[in-house]
Design a protein around this ligand. Structure first.
Ligand SMILES: Cc1ncc(COP(=O)(O)O)c(C=O)c1O
Length: 461
């Protein structure tokens, strides 16, 4: 017997002949791999998309569980309906109303996290080779899902106003000419993971119009909408469309806890019926216990206060990260300024590979981030990185950014030594506005984005 963690090639061969075709298309989630490394206490992790669950009062948790034990112990320990409990769906409707959405509990299925929604929607709609459209960069956790269903993923560039809908329209026209109908558009329009940008209102309206004109399905993934630090909220796509072509994915992970593994989908009847069949095959139903936890928790006003507290905390941490980036990253670097959510996206000079940089950052400086390539299906994004600001305190954020800045500067110095050239200075005309300029000009937060173009011809902004 070999060490469980070191599979030998003969062991791989022993099983390889048994693996289904589809396993060849499965790829690992970069974030999940990173979690193992970043769980080491000596590593400062700016990698995960983790909310700070230490902010949730243990006594509140204990009181909620005690209430369940007293009032509904047997049913909390029992299987539940595939679509979820009525009470939970009612609470979900209330959470959605907070963002101006009217959703009917009958159009919902409660899922085991939002991640399961992405999987079930792909399982329901995608045959191998079918087109799925998403943002460039996209949520890194969606990439392995699309790969495992062998989707042909087309990523649409973004700028500071989110997905370029003009480019989407061009793509749709090209697909028309090829007689290919995309199965759906996957988008995280608000405080996007990973780029931190938000789709502007005119673009939201145009995207929904396109969906209606073309009978095009959209999967709106909105884990972060309530984590807003500034600006007015924008209408979710679901609110603009009324749920005809927009399938809505929500989750409790970022406003309560990812440990409870509770998300949901709102979709039209025929889609929902298939989703439920898919879900039955996967896990029969979502945890009764955590659904009941949500019921009793969202009964109280406290949940809104808790979200306000989270927003205040994350805003402070975002500001700490923005300040540290300005202080420690070299002038060639650029980054986004999110008005909410959990992430900043930074782009470095083209010759830096953030995959290599990560290895160096972990080994030498014990700090981690998500390399940008994880957010692309085609190897782009190699000089970008996703930085999370929700999970560690402001001092550690500052120290983490200082350490990453140090390895970046070392790579830049090495490049100069090896090539005899200084690095290209940031060129606002080609590369967007640099961080230092933007703050000097007092631009709005989230106004500036430069998205990665490693190996890419066309520029987004
Ligand atoms: C955009 C997006 N979608 C889906 C998920 C999955 O969340 P969960 O399965 O915890 O609900 C995440 C988690 O980070 C996310 O950022």
């Amino acid at each position: 017997m070999t060490d469980r963690h070191h599979t030998t090639s003969s062991e791989i061969e022993r099983y390889a002949g048994l693996f289904a075709q589809r396993t060849h298309h499965m790829r690992s989630s970069a974030m999940r791999d990173l979690m193992a490394i970043t769980a080491r206490p000596e590593v400062i992790s700016l990698a995960g998309g983790l909310p700070d669950t230490s902010t949730f009062p243990p006594e509140t948790f204990a009181a909620l569980m005690a209430k369940i034990a007293r009032e509904s112990c047997a049913s909390a320990l029992q299987y539940g309906p595939t679509e979820g409990f009525e009470e939970t769906k009612q609470r979900i409707a209330e959470v959605m109303a907070e963002e101006g959405m009217k959703a009917d509990p009958d159009d919902m299925v409660v899922t085991t996290g939002g991640q399961q929604v992405i999987d079930l929607v792909a399982k329901t709609l995608v045959d191998p080779g079918d087109v799925v459209i998403c943002e460039a960069p996209t949520y890194p956790g969606a990439v392995p899902v699309f790969s495992s269903y062998e989707a042909d993923v087309i990523q649409i560039e973004m700028d500071s106003e989110g997905m370029r809908i003009d480019l989407l329209e061009e793509t749709l026209a090209t697909l028309d000419r090829q007689r290919r109908r995309p199965k759906f558009v996957y988008t995280v329009p608000t405080f996007q993971n990973p780029a931190g940008v938000t789709l502007s209102e005119p673009r939201r309206r145009r995207l929904v119009e396109l969906a209606q004109e073309r009978e095009l399905l959209i999967l709106e993934d909105n884990p972060y909408g309530l984590l807003r630090f500034e600006d007015e909220s924008l209408p979710p796509l679901f609110a603009l469309d009324g749920g005809e072509y927009v399938l809505y994915l929500g989750t409790f992970s970022k406003i309560l806890s990812p440990g409870i593994r509770l998300g949901w989908l709102v979709a039209p009847d025929p889609v929902l019926a298939k989703i439920k069949l898919g879900k039955q095959a996967v896990d029969l139903c979502t945890s009764s216990l955590t659904q009941q936890l949500v019921d009793v928790y969202f009964e109280q006003e406290r949940w809104q206060t808790y979200i306000k507290e989270l927003c205040a905390l994350y805003r402070e941490r975002r500001d700490a990260m923005l300040d540290a980036l300005a202080e420690f990253f070299p002038p060639e670097a650029e980054w986004t300024r999110p008005a909410g959510g959990l992430f900043i996206w930074a782009t470095l000079p083209d010759f830096i590979d953030t995959g290599d940089l990560l290895a160096q950052a972990i080994q030498q400086e014990q700090v981690a981030f998500v390399p940008g390539a994880a957010a692309y299906v085609d190897g782009r994004g190699g000089s970008s990185m996703r930085l999370n600001f929700s999970c560690v305190d402001a001092d550690l954020i500052r120290e983490g950014i200082r350490r990453i800045g140090k390895v970046i500067r070392e790579q830049i110095a090495l490049y100069s030594t090896m090539t005899g050239r200084t690095t290209a200075q940031a060129r606002p005309d080609e590369r967007g506005v640099t961080a230092s300029q933007s703050s000097a000009e007092g631009e709005d937060l989230a106004e500036v984005v430069h998205l990665p173009d490693r190996g890419r011809q066309r520029r987004g902004a």
